[in-house]
Ligand binder design. Sequence first.
Ligand code: FES
Length: 221
Amino acid sequence: MSTSTSSNSESLREPAPAPVPETRFSAQAHAELDEIAGHYPERKAACLPALWIAQREYGGSLTSAAIQETANALGLSYAEVEGVATFYTMYNTVPRGRHHLEVCTCLSCAVNGAYDIVHKLEHELGIGIGETTPDGEFTLSEAECLDFCGAATIMQVGDKYFGNLTTENIMGLIDELRASESYTPAKLADSIVKILQPGSSITGGGSYTPESLELPAGPML
Ligand code: FES
């Protein structure tokens, strides 16, 4: 008698096929990676910056070919690089919208209306959590505590934080983001690669103090 179940069948399915090899790293990308990796005791320790380079070179998301090319460039296995890429949420292992809306729904933000904001965004943008608008502008996600509880509700968009969000001001921010034509995930990756270059004096584009949040910040808790 067969003892297989649907979940067993699922777990026994064939592994995904190996990615079709691609080499999209430019000469500049290799030079940047060599420069960064030279400051680590081992080349493979440069996995995080290498993934930012890959995210830029592959147009904003880490396809299986991007992960394979990164692994090849560092002398790592595909599984090692994939494990890193899927651990950190700022790497796009699936194509995401031009703006990744990550709404914190942890305790302080939740009691300050984070889910009302999430539901407003779902209704106005016509997408659910984890989905992207048909025009490719916005992807909506929930985020764990973004460590800025005093200005709840907080939302991260790329390398910026926005605070004191409410159901009244959230759509104004969405309109501003939609109008900011210069921003793409690949450009964000490029700006981070520049910051990571040894000796760079560039600092991040994020706003991480209550005074400099994009919206007026309330009293810290
Ligand atoms: S609970 Fe939202 S930033 Fe901490």
